[in-house]
Design a protein around this ligand. Structure first.
Ligand code: CA
Length: 231
C-alpha cells in the first residue's frame, strides 16, 4: 500500500510516517499543497492522508482539485480541532473520512484499513491463491500447504505484489514502486534481497517452486516449472 502523507508539521509527519512504515505501508511525504499535487501527478497512491492547514494551497483545495481531475483515491483528512464545520467542509470537498488531531496512530491505522477495505471490496479479492500458497489480505496471513508462514512486513508487501498478478513477469522497478517510497525505489537490488528471503520461507521446504526469476526482466509467480527462461 502506497500512502501519500501531506502534513507540514514535521513532528507529526515523521511520527505518522514511522508508524505507518512499521505496518508495511510505503509512505511519501509532501509538506505543502502544491507538493502534494506534484506527487499526485506522477505517482499512483493507494491512499492519501491530508492535513487541512497547509502552506501554498490548503488541504480542502487539494482535495477539491484532485476530485475535479477525476482522482478517486481514498482521502483521509486531518482536522486540527473538532469543528463540525471543518469536517463537513472536508467531506464536501470530496474526502472519504476525517480524523481529529491529536490522534493515536492506532486509530489512524484502523481508519486506513477501513478505507482500503471499502475501496477494495468490489474489484479485489481478499484471499489470493496460487497453488497451495494463500494470502489473506485482511489478516495479512500467508500459508503454504495450510501451514502459516511468518513474514516481515516488506516481505509480505513484495509477495502481495506478485500474488496480485500471477503468471505475469514483474520488473524489479515495478515491485519496488509498490513497496517502497521514492527514496528507496532506485535501488532495485533491494528487491532481490527480499525475494531471496521469500524463497527461503516459501519455496525451500517445497518441491514445487513458485517464485521464478526471469533473467533480464524480473520475477514471476507461477506453479508451472520454468521452461521459457529468457536471457
Ligand atoms: Ca498543518
Amino acid at each position: 500500500m502506497r500512502v501519500l502523507l501531506v502534513e507540514d508539521e514535521r513532528k507529526i509527519s515523521t511520527y505518522v510516517k514511522r508508524g505507518l512504515e512499521e505496518q508495511g505501508y510505503a509512505v511519501d511525504v509532501a509538506y505543502t499543497g502544491l507538493e502534494a499535487m506534484d506527487w499526485m501527478s506522477t505517482v499512483e497512491f493507494d491512499l492519501v492522508i491530508l492535513d487541512i492547514l497547509l502552506p501554498e494551497m490548503d488541504g480542502l483545495a487539494v482535495c477539491r482539485k484532485l476530485r475535479s481531475q477525476g482522482s478517486r483515491v481514498p482521502i483521509l483528512i486531518l482536522t486540527a480541532r473538532d469543528s463540525v464545520d471543518d469536517r463537513v467542509a472536508g467531506l464536501d470537498a470530496g474526502a472519504d473520512d476525517y480524523l481529529v488531531k491529536p490522534f493515536a496512530i492506532k486509530e489512524l491505522l484502523a481508519r486506513l484499513r477501513a478505507l482500503a477495505r471499502r475501496v477494495n471490496e468490489a474489484p479485489r479479492e481478499t484471499v489470493l491463491q496460487l497453488a497451495d500458497l494463500t494470502m489473506d489480505t485482511l489478516t495479512q496471513r500467508v500459508k503454504r500447504g495450510g501451514r502459516l508462514i511468518p513474514l516481515a512486513s516488506k516481505e509480505y508487501a513484495v509477495l502481495e505484489c506478485l500474488m496480485r498478478e500471477p503468471e505475469h513477469v514483474l520488473s524489479r522497478t515495478q515491485i519496488a514502486e509498490h513497496v517502497w517510497n521514492y527514496d528507496v525505489f532506485n535501488q532495485s537490488n533491494v528487491v532481490d534481497v527480499y525475494i531471496r528471503n521469500l524463497r527461503r520461507k516459501i519455496d525451500d521446504p517445497h518441491e514445487i517452486k513458485l517464485i521464478h526469476t526471469v533473467r533480464g526482466s524480473g520475477y514471476r509467480l507461477s506453479a508451472e516449472a520454468e521452461i521459457d527462461e529468457r536471457v
